[in-house]
Design a protein around this ligand. Structure first.
Ligand SMILES: Cc1ncc(COP(=O)(O)O)c(C=O)c1O
Length: 368
């Protein structure tokens, strides 16, 4: 079976190094927030070309703590997209703030800046730009809007570790960058992990406090909670960080191969934003007969995915409750058509060819 994502294949790639690093942590007698976390934070900040990185327990916490550090909570509104992992919205609501959701751009699937003015209110304190599927949101326009309105910009770069916008790493452009390091992400741990980046050292200090009960020398200065990162995850992430650029390059090569060979099929292929370097966290196509294609691929031993199947504003927990832009048509259409083809650095070109052939033969059998 060719899986949609395959984190164990990455473990196989770096097995010796990972096993040694994990064993060293186990022998170290320091399992949480130790030297591995401190080194990862330094190395990740350098990689993102920013000043500070802070390790936290997962990507959802990264967003929640980023918002809390900016003083955002009850009575505030945060604008983001509905076409994202539910985590983005869950994190906003965890602070007590209200999420306000807008549609996405039809070509790039990221936040549609044209709707920002419509949903902006006196309560708006921040925008979370989600860099979906590996590529940047329209940061120039969103950044300008934030400046004009004097609100914060948070980048949710959970699907875009290493991607660039106009030469700058995502996560280094807004006030704060948030990353999930869930195992299937471009920089994935062997469990849950997250990272927060910022150029503002005061904010970084506050986030460090917030991840551990709001502590300053073991006295709670802020009402915080526990979102510590453990040493094993940090040790594994440090190894994978060394290979992130080459792993992202492999993803780009697979994407190019898909693009070249599916160009004349009945699918809509990803469109890459100008001045943007995608890291193809996912390779998402659009097809009309989505379920039929998924079933067909599965019958050929290929597992494709849907990211994400239902827009957040239509999920039971949020339906008829979250504030929305008046037109969510692109998001609602996309959710019926998107298919994520297998994408991970270890996917071989032979496997990619098998996937392409299966997609093509599906359309032939459909009489397209
Ligand atoms: C865009 C986005 N934001 C946030 C998250 C949340 O990350 P985590 O699952 O590590 O909490 C994810 C992970 O799925 C994501 O894809």
């Amino acid at each position: 079976m060719i899986l949609c994502a395959d984190p164990s294949a990455q473990f196989d790639s770096y097995q010796t190094e990972i096993e040694e690093a994990v064993l060293a942590v186990m022998r170290s007698n320091r399992y949480v927030l130790g030297e591995e976390v401190a080194s990862l934070e330094k190395e990740f900040a350098d990689y993102i070309e920013t000043t500070s990185a802070i390790g936290v327990a997962n990507g959802t916490d990264a967003i929640e703590l980023a918002l809390r550090a900016l003083g955002i909570g009850v009575g505030d509104e945060v604008i983001t997209v509905s076409h994202t992992a539910v985590a983005t919205i869950a994190a906003i609501e965890a602070t007590g703030a209200d999420a306000v959701l807008v549609d996405v751009e039809p070509e790039y699937y990221t936040l549609n800046p044209n709707q920002l003015e419509e949903v902006f209110s006196v309560k708006t304190r921040a925008i979370i730009a989600v860099h979906l599927y590996g590529q940047s949101a329209n940061l120039d326009v969103i950044t300008d809007f934030c400046k004009i309105k004097n609100i914060f910009l948070i980048e949710d770069a959970s699907q875009a570790h290493g991607a660039k916008y106009k030469g700058k790493r995502l996560g280094s452009i807004g006030d704060i960058g948030c990353f999930s390091c869930y195992p299937t992400k471009n920089l994935g741990a062997i469990g849950d992990a997250g990272l927060i980046t910022t150029k503002d050292t005061d904010l970084a200090t506050k986030i460090r406090m917030l991840r551990e009960y709001g502590w300053n020398n073991r006295i709670s200065e802020y009402p915080g909670r526990n979102s510590r990162l453990d040493e094993i995850q940090a040790a594994v992430l440090r190894i994978k960080l060394k290979y992130l650029d080459s792993d992202n390059e492999k993803r780009r090569q697979i994407a190019q191969y898909y693009m070249a060979n599916l160009a004349d099929s009945q699918t809509s292929l990803p469109v890459i934003r100008l001045d943007n370097e995608s890291v193809f966290h996912l390779f998402v196509i659009q097809v009309e007969k989505r379920q039929e294609l998924l079933d067909y691929l599965l019958s050929k031993g290929i597992q494709a995915g849907i990211h994400d199947p239902v827009p957040v504003h239509l999920q039971p927990a949020y339906k008829n409750r979250v504030k929305l832009a008046s037109n969510m048509r692109v998001t609602e259409n996309l959710s019926n058509k998107i298919v994520s083809l297998p994408m991970y650095p270890e996917l071989s070109i032979q496997e990619a060819a098998e996937i392409i052939n299966a997609v093509k033969s599906f359309f032939e059998e459909q009489g397209c």
